[in-house]
Every structure is written in C-alpha cells, then in structure tokens.
Design a protein around this ligand. Structure first.
Ligand SMILES: [Zn+2]
Length: 169
C-alpha cells in the first residue's frame, strides 16, 4: 500500500478520514493538510584508479542479496553531498571529497508493507584506493567491477539499474 492508504484517521484531531488513500491528506474536521512528498535518497558511482566501479551487495530487504551502489536516505536538514559522504563512510569506509552530479531518477522503496516514493540523486566520485571496510548488517560484499562486467539484472533498484545503464553507456 502507499503511505496515503495508512492515514485512516486525521493524525492531528483523530477524526476518521473522509477519503482514505487520497493525496494530499485533508481533514474535513480540522482542516489539517498533509502532503506525501517523495523522500530524497543519494547514491554514488565510485571509480577506482583502474576505472572499475564499486558495487555492494545488500544485507537487508528491500532487495536483499542484490547489488547496488553506496548511498542512502538524506536526513532532514542535510545537504545531498553531505548525506552521500556520510553513507559512503558508513557503508564502505571511504572518504570522498569531490562528488560530481550525474542524474536523478524516481524510485519506489517497499518497506514493512508500505511502498514509499523516493527521488534518487546520483553522483560520481573517484577514490585513490580500493581498500574498503564494509558495514556489517548492511553490506555482505563489496566488489570492484569493470563497466562491461556489470550485469544490470543483478542490480537492486530500478533507479540504480537505469542510472548504471546510462553510466555504462
Ligand atoms: Zn483533523
């Protein structure tokens, strides 16, 4: 279900929703209005000096066992680049200074029975070393792959798959 389907009552005044599932949510009793905006997420194509790309295998659902690029959700009040540097540090232990914007793509993220809409912003960064330290519980494997060895059917999210398709060219 979508987030709007979960709003069966007004979260402000508690009255039953007149039209459950409608977006934005509008309470006829108290006038409360709530927009179901997409969450913002970021991801990075990280390139080693030999031009291989870092892919990580997901330890958790959604898409447990599939490959993706390092990244994650942007916190409130955080810049996209800062969120991405934080996620890269947490997931693979790399420090990245320069990140160049590549593209954005919509994505959907099913989690605990609710499918959230997300807008993914992708960046490209270069690293000096392939030495990664993966985050246990989030990442089961990290691999540096030549572009021509990236198999798109192994990629976790539609947005990441499309981004890599464009990047590989
Ligand atoms: Zn209300």
């Amino acid at each position: 279900m979508k987030p709007a389907d979960c709003f069966l009552h007004c979260p402000k005044c508690g009255q039953p929703a007149a039209q459950p599932g409608s977006a934005p949510f509008h309470c006829a009793s108290c006038g409360f209005l709530f927009y179901f905006n997409p969450a913002i997420a970021v991801g990075a194509v990280l390139l080693a000096p030999d031009d291989t790309v870092l892919l990580i295998r997901r330890a958790k659902d959604p898409h447990q066992g599939k490959l993706t690029v390092p990244g994650g959700f942007v916190d409130a009040g955080e810049a996209a680049e800062d969120a991405l540097r934080r996620e890269i540090r947490e997931e693979v232990g790399l420090s990245i200074e320069r990140l160049d914007y590549f593209c954005s793509l919509p994505n959907s993220y099913p989690y605990r029975g609710v499918t959230y809409q997300v807008l993914d912003y992708f960046f490209v960064g270069r690293v000096d070393s392939k030495a990664v330290r993966t985050e246990p519980g989030e990442v089961t494997e990290a691999c540096w792959l030549p572009r021509d060895q990236i198999r798109l059917d192994e990629i976790a999210f539609d947005s990441v798959r499309e981004m890599l398709r464009r990047f590989i060219g």
